[in-house]
Design a protein around this ligand. Sequence first.
Ligand code: 5RP
Ligand code: FE2
Length: 224
Amino acid sequence: MVHQPMIAPSILSADFARLAEEAAAVSGADWLHVDVMDAHFVPNLTIGLPVVKSLLRATDIPLDCHLMIEDPDRWAIGYAEAGAYNVTVHAEAAADPVQLAKNLRAAGAKAGLSLKPGTPIEPYVDVLKHYDTLLVMSVEPGFGGQKFMADVLDKARTARRLVDTGHLRLVVEIDGGINADTIEQAAEAGVDCFVAGSAVYDATDPGQAVARLRAQAAQASPAR
Ligand SMILES: O=C(CO)[C@H](O)[C@H](O)COP(=O)(O)O
Ligand SMILES: [Fe+2]
């Protein structure tokens, strides 16, 4: 069976003063990735719930909110209640990730768990049974435009195996440094969904960049 990869452009690399237009420029994308940073969990500050609420009114693309924040047990629920499609929290920041996933799902969102490059997957396998998405970070979270860390692909392969053998049921997503030079190795490792910020929004035609990345990933994805 031909696998249809998903592409999630990250608006971290978009023009924040023109977010509605920047979303429209990638109307063929599967998800729109929104990086929420609090200057505590990561050394950078971006946007929060008010901007996400505005974006929800401005686009029909499902929002994939990546919360790089402290105390997600308290703050993540607001994004789910607002209507974000997928709300991802960091395993390193969540106090009770199982309860948090239950709360996100009860509020109508998909629940995502993200692992920083140095965080192994093995201690989280049971926790991940409660999640719909695993976000494998392929850069240290905090900034766009960083170099892809190929070492994390072993983690993606492990996740793929756990899904293919029926131990987990989730979307394997990768975030950081994904571009025309790196997407194929991530696809070969079994990734389902590819976040791309600078590779999409630094392109002359962001919509075409999405289509090209998807075609490259489809070529390289193992049949499943
Ligand atoms: O979560 C992130 C950084 O913490 C971003 O989603 C990610 O870095 C996307 O940007 P790029 O594709 O340019 O690496
Ligand atoms: Fe992200």
